[in-house]
Design a protein around this ligand. Structure first.
Ligand code: MLT
Length: 324
């Protein structure tokens, strides 16, 4: 019995030492950060800005791999079912982590109990945007027009369960026009290209990819679905100011990895994310695009996991009932 106790104690010490050694050495090679959408969309933009600085802290490159498909769930499934060694993580968002469970009954991952939340990278306010030649001049006209022409208008989104799909699904439910022709893209990067060239009519998207195009006058923004205007687009009214106060939704992007990641690895990633978000240059790039900087609590695994769960619960009834 004594021998067994000693044996267990020795094993525990070995595991503890191995963990310590891992913390000192991790990462010894590049880390893959999966972006579950095409390049040029908000998830890709935030991932590249944050990964740039995290790579410096970690001493190894965070390599972005775009794995698009099924509203981002293909890429997230690959990341959170990878070996829990810290070499595969993902940048996901409100869609892949909170909307997907209610959208995909056979979802291959469980964002609440089956993955390791690492931290929130940024809040990303939602804008209702349209091609610049779209007839409605403001949000009130947009609402009237879409209701009267629901057979004719085209919406662009990044696939079922994506943020663009989720947020426009909530908007359409509020307007009482749940069914509208929709064109699904592999990300809102390519969707935005088609909006700029006038091939689709409107989209709901995260501010970071649309802000520059709105400022350049290449598309128009009817409203931002937040309580306050964004400093990045001060001329765009809130939905409350523009006459649709009940339409409010906050999106976000954050990092997660497989369940079972060693604590030391999680700690290193969390510290690297925190350092990136505190870096003046990184912060400036994110703020210029309209990102809302996460609080200290939201940057922690527990704070981020709580946000994922809260939003999943909030979205579940509407998304379960939405036409797919
Ligand atoms: C979304 O609609 O979920 C995102 O905008 C997709 C993306 O990041 O491209």
């Amino acid at each position: 019995m004594k021998k067994l106790t000693l044996g267990l104690a020795a094993a525990a010490i070995t595991v503890a030492l191995a963990g310590g050694a891992l913390a000192q050495t991790y990462p010894t090679r590049p880390v893959t950060m999966i972006v579950p959408f095409a390049a040029g969309g908000p998830t890709d933009i935030i991932a590249r800005i944050v990964a740039d600085h995290m790579s410096k802290t970690l001493g190894q490159q965070l390599v972005i791999e775009n794995v698009a498909g099924a509203g981002g769930t293909t890429g997230i499934a690959r990341a959170v079912t990878a070996a829990p060694d810290g070499y595969t993580i993902a940048m996901g968002h409100l869609g892949t982590f909170s909307a997907a469970p209610a959208t995909y009954p056979g979802l291959k991952y469980d964002p609440i109990n089956g993955m390791q939340a690492i931290g929130l990278a940024g809040g990303t306010p939602i804008l209702i945007v349209a091609r610049k030649t779209f007839e409605p001049k403001d949000l009130k006209e947009f609402v009237t027009y879409v209701k009267a022409n629901s057979e004719k208008v085209n919406e662009a989104h990044a696939g079922l369960g994506s943020v663009s799909w989720t947020t426009c699904t909530l908007l359409k439910a509020q307007l009482g026009v749940p069914k509208i022709n929709a064109v699904a893209y592999r990300g809102t990067g390519p969707a935005l290209n088609d909006l700029v060239s006038g091939q689709v009519d409107f989209m709901c998207d995260q501010i970071v990819s649309v802000a520059e195009q709105v400022k350049a006058g290449n598309i128009k923004a009817y409203a931002i679905a937040s309580k306050q205007r964004s400093p990045a687009l001060p001329d765009v009214p809130t939905t409350t100011e523009a006459g649709l106060p009940e339409y409010q939704i906050e999106a976000w992007n954050g990092i997660a990895g497989p369940k079972g990641l060693p604590k030391d690895v999680v700690d290193r990633l969390v510290a690297a994310l925190d350092k990136a978000l505190n870096d003046e240059g990184t912060k400036k790039r994110l703020l210029e695009l309209g990102t809302v900087m996460p609080t200290a609590e939201e940057r922690t695994p527990a704070g981020f996991a709580a946000l994922i769960k809260r939003d999943a619960e909030k979205l579940s009834p509407a998304l379960s009932a939405a036409p797919k």
